[in-house]
Design a protein around this ligand. Structure first.
Ligand code: FAD
Length: 378
């Protein structure tokens, strides 16, 4: 009998977990990988699309390329999850699993920020990034406010990267002097676990005349008056607003009974949920580490090791350490890096690596190595 694994979501977590299981037990595996989309793209490609460095069609990695022993991909939308029965319904079929893995990522609650869609622009979806690419191409003068509608949000460095990349974009177009850039964030500093990284980003902002406004969460946008309103009742006028929407679990996960205070909370030891045989990895969870690809992948490795240990009667894997790397676009053709560890010590720690062109190559390799590993593409 083959092990029937159903993996919901083919992002960082689902792709890595499917790859590890296929490599280990491909001949004894019947793994169904389900995603509503036909392709995957790295989160950072949204910034590349927004600033015109990439065309949207060039950043997509199509799931039809997946050819792994024991793995079948299905492009279907998950409509119901019964974790107690390990049964899943999609818009096309019903699946029963021996092991069920929830890797559906984080969704966005646009309604939580009134005015965000009418009065501003979000850059956390590909649709939003594409729209902003057009808006930015015609933006010549005025104040840009970059804001965040709540924590947790994906890739905490992304709003800072956006401010630095926007500076380059406007400078290249010869309009930087006529524009102001303000970044408002819920955090006291750009990267709370790494004071050194935060210091370097704040220095880069100061050099470029970018204003950093700490400890402010956006609650609404007044589209008529062009005003951003924050959680402390303060306001900022804007000519162009670029926002990170409030995050939430996908509706199908919220309805499944798997969440606690809005997120799935599996054990950090093995990523098992309270339902036997049901695992959760990546952005759909809240267990300490930030919502970023590296951490979703790390959790997926531990979950896969735990599935194999249960199957083969082996030793339980080492717990998830919440360690990972984030590359940070500093502009000027340089990338910085911070290695963070969220679960090994009493408080999160971070180690900073200065921006360089060598790190540009390393970030490129981060993408190309996953492209090869998950999709078999050069
Ligand atoms: C602007 C931006 C920049 C970023 N930069 C970086 C970066 O530089 N480095 C980094 O590590 N991370 C970065 N990230 C974060 C990274 O993209 C995510 O943290 C990562 O993709 C999470 O992986 P995941 O597997 O948990 O979820 P995802 O990769 O989001 O995958 C979830 C999958 O589930 C599918 N899905 C959801 N609901 C359903 C449903 N009902 N039915 C079927 N399928 C469904 C989705 O289509 C999706 O493919 C960035 C994110 C953004 C928005």
């Amino acid at each position: 009998m083959k092990l029937r694994v159903v993996v919901l979501g083919a992002g960082f977590g689902g792709l890595e977990l499917s790859t590890v299981l296929s490599e280990a037990i491909g001949d004894r595996l019947e793994l169904t990988l389900i995603d509503k989309n036909d392709s995957f793209a790295f989160g950072f490609s949204k910034l590349d699309v927004m600033f015109g460095h990439e065309q949207p069609e060039n950043v997509r990695l199509h799931y039809r390329h997946i050819a792994k022993p024991g793995v079948s991909f299905r492009q279907e939308a998950v409509t119901a999850i019964d974790p107690a029965a390990k049964r899943v319904k999609t818009d096309k079929a019903t699946y029963d699993a021996d092991v069920l893995v929830i890797a559906l990522g984080a969704d966005y609650d646009f309604d939580a920020t009134p005015g965000l869609i009418e009065g501003g622009n979000e850059f956390y979806t590909f649709g939003g990034a594409k729209r902003l690419a057009q808006v930015l191409a015609n933006f010549k003068k005025g104040r840009v406010v970059i804001g965040v509608s709540g924590t947790p949000f994906k890739c905490p460095p992304a709003p800072s990267e956006t401010a630095l990349m926007l500076h380059d974009f406007l400078t290249k177009r010869g309009v930087r002097r006529d524009c102001e850039i303000t970044l408002a964030m819920p955090f006291a500093v750009p990267i709370p676990p790494s004071p050194e990284t935060s210091k370097a980003i704040l220095a880069a902002f100061a050099e470029r005349g970018i204003t950093f406004v700490p400890k402010k969460t956006v609650v609404s946008i007044d589209a008529g008056q062009h005003i951003v309103k924050f959680d402390d009742n303060s306001t900022l006028p804007y000519d162009l607003y670029m926002g990170v929407p409030k995050h939430c679990v996908p509706a199908v996960v919220a309805a499944s009974g798997l969440t606690e205070e809005g997120w799935v909370v599996p054990s950090t030891k093995n990523l098992k949920t309270k339902f036997p045989g049901v695992y959760a990895v990546g952005d759909v969870t809240r267990i300490g580490p930030p919502k970023a690809g590296f951490f979703a992948e790390g959790a997926a490795k531990v979950a896969a090791a735990s599935i194999l240990a249960d199957l083969q009667g082996g030793k339980a894997p080492a717990p998830f350490d919440g360690a990972g790397t984030c590359y940070i676009e500093f502009g000027g053709g340089r990338v910085g890096r911070v290695d963070v560890n969220f679960l090994s010590g009493p408080t999160p720690t971070g180690r900073y690596f200065e921006p360089s062109t060598a790190l540009v190559a390393e970030k490129k390799h981060f993408g190309s190595s996953r492209r090869a590993r998950w999709f078999g593409l050069k």
